[in-house]
Design a protein. Structure first.
Length: 125
């Protein structure tokens, strides 16, 4: 993703819903997330998790007035210019693999890489 210019070394500890604590050493300032040609900036914290590229927290969804339509597999956001941006997931015949917080914490414990938005509880050492 060419994030080196936005990289900041930090010493954060993030508590996952399982109670597992993740040590985080890298923070990326104002990463531009592009969805349907609209830009949604966000600070990101890097941590180990293999099944996801990025996890966006509730306050990120709130900031962009997200509307999640599970029936139609559609998410609608409002960009910084107050335009509605919709994206859809096509229905697939094969079942999706679902990850729970317990599995996520196990993967993190096995040195898998994941990203978490700056919107989580962050504790400096």
């Amino acid at each position: 993703m060419k994030l080196e210019s936005m990289k900041v070394e930090v010493n954060y500890r993030i508590t996952l819903p399982t109670g597992f604590i993740v040590e985080c050493a890298i923070f990326y300032k104002q990463v531009l997330i592009s969805i349907a040609r609209s830009i949604f900036p966000r600070d990101l914290i890097k941590f180990n998790l293999s099944d996801f590229d990025i996890i966006l927290a509730m306050n990120w969804l709130h900031n962009y007035e997200a509307k999640i339509d599970c029936k139609d597999l559609k998410v609608t956001l409002k960009d910084e210019k107050d335009r509605e941006v919709c994206f859809y997931r096509q229905r697939e015949e094969t079942p999706h693999s679902i990850i729970c917080a317990v599995k996520a914490s196990k993967l993190l414990g096995q040195d898998c890489i994941g990203y978490w938005c700056y919107a989580v509880e962050v504790y400096k050492k």
